[in-house]
Design a protein. Structure first.
Length: 160
């Protein structure tokens, strides 16, 4: 899926791959890590096992992603406070100790969902902007995303 957002006066296109975190996707997702500029790992705050799997996904990312890839840890279903199995502080502490950005979202309430993508896009844009070789006409460089794919005038991509 392509998501286009406005960020600091610039149009940024994100190519998003939703791998659903399932074991059957593990072999194909490793190939997408290589081309990613940013990776969003989402867990369910009401499912402890979902959170415990984050460590395995981070290991996969460290194995296959480019060095310096931006990583964002997102706890979803924050609206289900009575069913919470993963305390906010625990996840925040894990993220901090692993140098990850962190936030919680509620897809149901549309809370922080857009913010998750904006956070990732800004991190990518800041790095790419510093390394930009764009011409006077404002055209950006082409960013390769996934095996053999590319998108012109992008600021990066996220694996979600």
């Amino acid at each position: 899926k392509i998501k286009t957002i406005e960020l600091e006066g610039k149009t940024v296109k994100l190519q998003i791959w939703d791998t659903a975190g399932q074991e059957r996707f593990r072999t194909i997702t490793s190939s997408y890590y290589r081309g990613a500029h940013g990776i969003i790992v989402v867990y369910d705050v009401t499912e402890r096992e979902s959170y415990e799997n984050v460590k395995q996904w981070m290991h996969e990312i460290d194995r296959f992603a480019s060095e310096g890839v931006h990583k964002l840890l997102v706890g979803n279903k924050s609206d289900l406070a009575d069913e919470r199995a993963v305390p906010y502080e625990e996840a925040r502490s894990f993220a901090e100790s692993n140098h990850l950005s962190f936030l919680e979202t509620s897809a149901k309430d549309d809370k922080n969902v857009e913010q998750a993508f904006l956070t990732m896009a800004k991190q990518i844009k800041d790095v790419m902007g510093a390394n930009s070789t764009a011409g006077e006409d404002g055209e950006g460089s082409t960013v390769k995303i996934g095996p053999g794919a590319s998108i012109a005038n992008t600021s990066g991509c996220c694996l979600y």
